[in-house]
Design a protein around this ligand. Structure first.
Ligand code: FES
Length: 164
């Protein structure tokens, strides 16, 4: 069950719109940020807040690239495989990411830190090849840049673990 603070905030936002389903994506993101992904229970919780059926919301959740119906890593890397990135080095970037993380596209690292997924153009063509890490964009990728991004994520995750 969602913490009261998150639930109250979302219900407050829903109250202010004429059609609650307008906020379906925002609500799914908020719930996904809390649980890590949209389990059946989480989806049902979101649907009930929005006055939708779980099936209606599932149709949206499975349509969008950035909502996850299965567990994913703490950091989800979406590497762009559309035409401009492809022309500007998508394949070496993808291969480097796979080697560095020790996984293939569509997989999650055994420590649960990273999931690597392909994505269509993310609108960063002028700085391709590009990728998103938890929806934050990174462009002009090189092995050195990828190393720095991955290490920063590992460092941040390590610090969070050390706090507990
Ligand atoms: S083609 Fe990759 S960002 Fe547009």
């Amino acid at each position: 069950m969602l913490p009261k603070e998150i639930k109250d905030r979302l219900e407050g936002e829903i109250k202010h719109v004429e059609h609650p389903r307008e906020l379906a994506v925002d609500v799914m993101f908020a719930i996904q940020d809390h649980y890590g992904y949209l389990s059946d229970e989480a989806l049902a919780e979101a649907a009930s807040m929005l006055g939708m059926t779980p099936l209606e919301l599932d149709e949206l959740a499975t349509f969008y690239t950035f909502t996850f119906r299965e567990p994913v890593g703490k950091y989800v890397i979406h590497v762009c495989d559309s035409v401009v990135c492809w022309m500007n080095g998508y394949e070496p970037v993808r291969d480097y990411l796979c080697r560095k993380l020790g996984i293939a596209l569509g997989e999650t690292t055994p420590d649960g830190l990273f999931t690597l997924l392909p994505v269509c153009c993310i609108g960063y063509c002028d700085r391709s090849p590009a990728m998103l890490v938890n929806r934050r964009v990174h462009g002009e990728l090189t092995p050195e840049k990828i190393d720095a991004i991955v290490e920063k994520c590992r460092h941040k995750a390590g610090k969070e673990v050390a706090r507990y």
